[in-house]
Unconditional design. Structure first.
Length: 278
């Protein structure tokens, strides 16, 4: 099967939208390619990406289902790799797209990071965190107040320092500290200074954690314990019986918590990257 790759013609944009609908919220920032064969149906695949000075990012590839397992996607990737860039990168959700990870690995992409979102029952976690809270050292004087009681500038500064520069996989890294629906979120103060925040909101019967920060230091562990215990208590009081939260590959403590309470994996957003040899 003879294939060639090219940008779409003016009357082919509806096909791009059909094959890659998830990319059209930011279509003006992207380039698009179609993969065609010599006979009908001609269009068998498409790709979309952002092109930087020396790298392609946010890569998405779609092959028409009846033409999969013929290395069409690999030929599209190879075409882009020959375009003069030094690296290719993109994200894929491996729970809803189980074929994505094997495809990336076959095409020499390396896993760079991942954001795993899990959901579990609050009751067991709450009991465990309440037990840990009893072990907070007596000399550690901290108080917990709701987000609405703290100057928003202090919380925004903490969020900006520790969250805003995290991996792009974290969709909440740009979250405003005074986001509606989160005024009940716990904030930990030590000596009047904000040292921890846990931003969460209620969605039906589920508490959804958007962001958690504890200032590093000798008492960081206990700040985390106080935050989690207070957050779970607050969620329970508002009628939540399940909790949803996310963690990256480097966040081992949160991963351990998810495993301890057998939280169910809802999604895994993986960042893949491939370096192009000079």
């Amino acid at each position: 099967m003879n294939l060639h790759v090219r940008p779409p013609l003016s009357d082919e944009w509806p096909i791009c939208r059909m094959l890659l609908p998830e990319t059209f919220a930011e279509a003006s920032q992207r380039e698009y390619l179609l993969c065609l064969r010599d006979e009908s149906p001609r269009i068998v695949g498409a790709a979309s990406f952002r092109r930087g000075a020396d790298a392609v990012t946010h890569l998405r590839v779609h092959v028409v289902s009846s033409f999969r397992r013929r290395r069409i996607g690999s030929q599209i990737v190879a075409y882009i790799a020959r375009s003069g860039v030094r690296a290719l990168g993109g994200n894929c959700e491996t729970v809803s797209e189980p074929a994505a990870a094997p495809f990336c690995e076959r095409n020499r992409f390396q896993r760079a990071d991942a954001l795993t979102t899990v959901e579990g029952e609050i009751a067991g976690m709450r009991e465990y965190m309440c037990h840990l809270r009893t072990r907070v050292p007596g000399g550690f004087e901290a108080c917990t107040v709701p987000l609405s009681a703290v100057p928003v500038e202090q919380v925004a500064q903490l969020h900006s320092q520790y969250v805003a520069h995290q991996s792009e996989l974290n969709p909440w890294r740009g979250l405003l500290a005074d986001a509606p629906g989160m005024n009940h979120s716990p904030v930990v103060l030590v000596g009047g200074r904000v040292v921890g925040i846990l931003l969460w909101e209620l969605q039906g019967g589920t508490a959804v954690v958007r962001s958690r920060v504890a200032v590093p230091g000798p008492h960081g562990k206990w700040v985390n314990v106080i935050l989690l215990a207070a957050g779970l208590d607050g969620a329970w009081a508002q009628g939540a019986r399940r909790v949803r939260f996310s963690y990256t590959d480097t966040n081992r403590d949160t991963r351990k918590l998810a495993l301890r309470f057998k939280a169910e994996v809802a999604s895994v957003l993986v960042e893949y990257r491939r370096e192009i040899a000079g």
